[in-house]
Design a protein around this ligand. Structure first.
Ligand code: TMP
Ligand code: ASP
Length: 260
């Protein structure tokens, strides 16, 4: 698929046009940011692993009836995805209290929640992605009540699916953030899951040791981010054929492929 002009550049990904007006190319960068861009770095190989992990998860979501933007992975860093108009809301689902929830409400870190907690944040870096309520979403017409119910249903099914998938490979799904958007295929607008699901957007702890296998390694300066993300990919069975290949080697493979 021919790559056209850059349409949008975010903190971790770039979106490019394609000859098909309904499809775009999503490119995974190695950039890592936290605290609304206050902390920045470039971690070689991160984009390659996130591309693979997100492909693995999104391609399995149709099993549980969660429509999403993925068409196919094109290469080490790029996916062909459906063009969507992103809803300006970060949808967060939590199973264990940590991160901003503990700071905001004084809940003890590591508290297992009795039921999954859904939170909504306005996707606006300048405002620091403030938490909002369902009433805000409906009042400001970001979604109708029926659309919000549909998204909430998707979030619960997605959480069940991800909990099971990660539990099966010895990982606790602590929380995650996802985004949804409106498609405009054949002028029929539909809400589908977009963006990515990866260790950048989830908190993942080893089931036994509770070692962090996600972007908190960067946020909290714990180091060894690539080995942690590689561990997640290996456990999901994505990197099995290259079990001793580091992500950096994977990056080199990708640049060799591109030069051809
Ligand atoms: P939080 O505890 O910092 O609010 O994060 C909740 C979850 O959302 C966690 O899995 C990290 C993820 N997240 C993002 O993917 N992007 C963001 O900008 C933020 C703030 C959180
Ligand atoms: N993604 C957000 C940022 O770039 C925050 C985070 O993931 O912690 O600042």
């Amino acid at each position: 698929m021919k790559k056209g002009k850059k349409l949008y550049e975010g903190k971790a990904k770039i979106i490019y046009a394609t000859p098909d007006k309904n499809l775009v190319i999503q490119y995974f960068k190695d950039d890592a940011t936290a605290f609304n861009n206050l902390k920045k770095s470039n971690i070689e190989g991160k984009g390659v692993i996130n591309n693979r992990i997100s492909e693995h998860i999104l391609s399995n979501l149709s099993q549980v009836g969660i429509k999403n933007h993925l068409v196919k992975r094109l290469n080490m860093r790029e996916q062909l995805v459906k063009l969507v108009d992103i809803i300006p809301i970060e949808f967060i689902v939590r199973n264990i209290a940590t991160g901003s929830l503990t700071k905001r409400l004084g809940i003890e870190d590591g508290t297992v929640l009795e039921r999954p907690l859904i939170e909504y944040c306005l996707k606006d870096d300048k405002l620091g992605d403030p938490i909002i309520s369902k009433e805000h979403i409906i009042t400001f017409n970001w979604l109708s009540k029926a659309q919000l119910d549909l998204v909430d249903g998707n979030l619960k099914r997605l959480n069940d699916f991800l909990l099971g998938m990660f539990r099966g490979v010895g990982i606790k799904l602590v929380d995650f953030k996802v985004e949804f958007g409106f498609t405009n295929e054949s002028n029929k607008s539909e809400i589908i899951l977009a963006d990515e699901i990866s260790p950048d957007t989830c908190r993942l702890w080893d089931s036994i040791t509770e070692k962090k296998l996600d972007k908190d390694r960067f946020r909290k300066d714990l180091g060894d981010l690539i080995p942690a993300y590689t561990e997640v990919a290996k456990r999901l069975g994505i990197l099995h054929e290259q079990s001793n290949v580091t992500a950096v080697n994977v990056t080199k493979l990708s640049s060799v492929k591109k030069k051809k």
